[in-house]
Design a protein around this ligand. Structure first.
Ligand code: NAI
Length: 334
């Protein structure tokens, strides 16, 4: 029986990179039946809703989705589909492994860190309103429940995957109550996991240390907004947004997507690097128990990247999305 997986191509480079993953999975013989659903501006034009009920029902039914990026209009228009999707499905943990890949040149070697980002609250929830013209209020809501839940996830992940340290990142020197509560929750959780080392960094200092000695970090545990920003910083440490995958995990569903956005500057030009979404897709395969096929594709991808002859533009090469995809397919078939 094939696995039924919801497919959200998204917009911008989304349809190009999702098509690449679908093609590679097909060549590798992965038994998946895709259930495609539009989101964002495409869905809005088609159904008058940016996050259609049918899409949510599909993910609830299938419990797993592969998602391309969805554009969020800046300072106007509909609210973020990504935020709404995570909230609607209670995908509380955003997991982003950041690793050097052989053949992908970057400023650092031996980066191998895991970002665990709280995914449901904080300023990133976008709860804001105008009090009077010229004055707006944005609500940073932090709860003990969500902070403890994500801390438990981070420590549980560390334990399950042989990681040795969790670093909580905060700004509790200034936001004494909100980030203070986040820290109180992570400290409490750390005391229940004494086999894993625990430390704390203020977010600004953490950014500086990350760009100087990223190899010293192991599992980073962050509230939502810092997690969003630090994720892109960390992607820059290992070659850019084209190579860093991610997963949004809840107790009832999991949505796998790259860290990057819809990249309007290169959309529809066959220039996007599908590596980040492919790696997200491989996390999905591990999640649904297709580990052998995931490993086969991972090996093929690593070979193509390490060989270096077929490289997309973001990695300094001249290959199109299609050429890179076909190179991975050829390796899969070896
Ligand atoms: P972005 O991640 O789309 O692009 C930043 C830069 O990285 C661009 O120069 C882009 O060309 C490059 N880039 C990104 N992915 C790439 C890939 N796979 N291959 C090669 N180059 C790549 O960030 P930006 O421009 O800030 O956001 C664009 C839109 O995406 C916004 O509407 C934003 O809200 C949305 N977005 C959506 C996300 C999601 O759906 N999960 C996540 C982040 C942003």
């Amino acid at each position: 029986m094939p696995h039924v997986v919801t497919l959200i191509p998204g917009d911008g480079i989304g349809p190009e990179v999702t098509a690449a993953v679908v093609r590679i999975f097909k060549v590798a013989g992965v038994p998946i039946e895709w259930e495609p659903h539009a989101a964002g501006v495409v869905a809005f034009k088609r159904h008058g809703q940016s996050l259609p009920v049918e899409l949510l029902d599909s993910v609830k039914r299938n419990k797993v989705a592969l998602k391309g990026p969805v554009t969020t209009p800046i300072a106007e228009g509909f609210t973020s589909v990504n935020v709404a999707l995570r909230k609607a499905l209670d995908l509380y943990a955003n997991l982003r492994p950041v690793r050097n890949l052989a053949g992908v040149t970057s400023r650092f070697e031996n980066v191998n860190l895991i970002i665990v980002r709280e995914n449901t609250e904080d300023l990133y929830a976008g709860l804001e309103h105008e009090i009077v013209p010229g004055v707006v209020e944005s609500l940073k809501i932090i709860t003990e429940k969500a902070s403890t839940r994500i801390a438990k996830f981070a420590f549980g992940y560390a334990r399950a995957f042989g990681r040795t340290r969790v670093t909580a990142i905060h700004k509790a020197n200034i936001m004494k109550l909100s980030d203070g509560l986040f820290l109180e929750s992570t400290r409490k959780t750390s005391r229940e996991h004494t086999d894993i080392a625990y430390d704390e960094r203020i977010v600004d200092a953490a950014c500086m240390q990350l760009v100087m000695n990223p190899e010293k970090f192991d599992v980073l545990l962050l509230p939502n907004l810092y997690g969003d920003i630090v994720s892109d910083l960390c992607a820059g440490l290992v070659g850019g947004l084209g190579v860093v995958p991610g997963a949004n995990l809840g107790t009832d569903a999991a949505v796998f997507e790259a860290v990057h956005g819809s990249a309007p500057d290169i959309a529809n030009k066959n220039l996007a690097n599908p590596t980040a979404l492919l790696l997200s897709g491989l996390m999905l395969l591990d999640h649904i128990g297709e580990r052998q096929r995931a490993e086969r594709i991972r090996t093929a991808l690593h070979r193509v990247l390490a060989d270096g002859r077929v490289r997309t533009k973001d990695l300094g090469g001249g290959a199109t999305t299609t050429e890179f995809t076909e190179a991975v397919c050829r390796e899969v078939e070896q």
